[in-house]
Design a protein around this ligand. Structure first.
Ligand SMILES: CC(C)(COP(=O)(O)OP(=O)(O)OC[C@H]1O[C@@H](n2cnc3c(N)ncnc32)[C@H](O)[C@@H]1OP(=O)(O)O)[C@@H](O)C(=O)NCCC(=O)NCCS
Length: 104
């Protein structure tokens, strides 16, 4: 899914399907963040995944307050923390959280 504002692409959201599981990714253009935009495609992705008969959607997020808070608001739970799983832009390693929403 693409979010657009006039001629600009302001966000992207995808769910890759592996059997009964979906893996979610989302990004909103920096200047459009913090306005609640991400909830729109995420709610639609969850609805579509239910209609397609998926059992759960998962997402792995680096230690990112906004993303984790957003997913919790939409009903995701943290299922595990993975230490030092991703290299940050400062070149140090940061923890990741695997989150999941059950759809059944
Ligand atoms: C994570 C991301 C998709 C959120 O999109 P968004 O449209 O900015 O989301 P929202 O405006 O709904 O804000 C998300 C949460 O962060 C909080 N938030 C917003 N601005 C904030 C700020 N300046 N400081 C702290 N928290 C803030 C909101 O209150 C919201 O929490 P809530 O859902 O509990 O109300 C966006 O920041 C982004 O694209 N980040 C980079 C890519 C990424 O990290 N993707 C997720 C991993 S796949």
């Amino acid at each position: 899914m693409l979010l657009v504002s006039g001629p600009r692409v302001t966000g992207i959201c995808h769910v890759d399907i592996y059997g009964k599981e979906g893996i979610l990714g989302i990004a909103i253009l920096e200047s459009f963040q913090g306005r609640g935009l991400a909830k729109v495609p995420l709610r639609y992705a969850i609805k579509l995944a239910k209609e397609l008969g998926l059992e759960r959607i998962r997402s792995v997020d680096i230690d990112n307050y906004r993303a984790i808070s957003l997913y919790k608001t939409l009903g995701f739970n943290i299922i595990r923390r993975i230490n030092n799983c991703s290299r940050s832009f400062r070149n140090s390693f940061v923890d990741c959280y695997e989150m999941e929403i059950k759809l059944l």
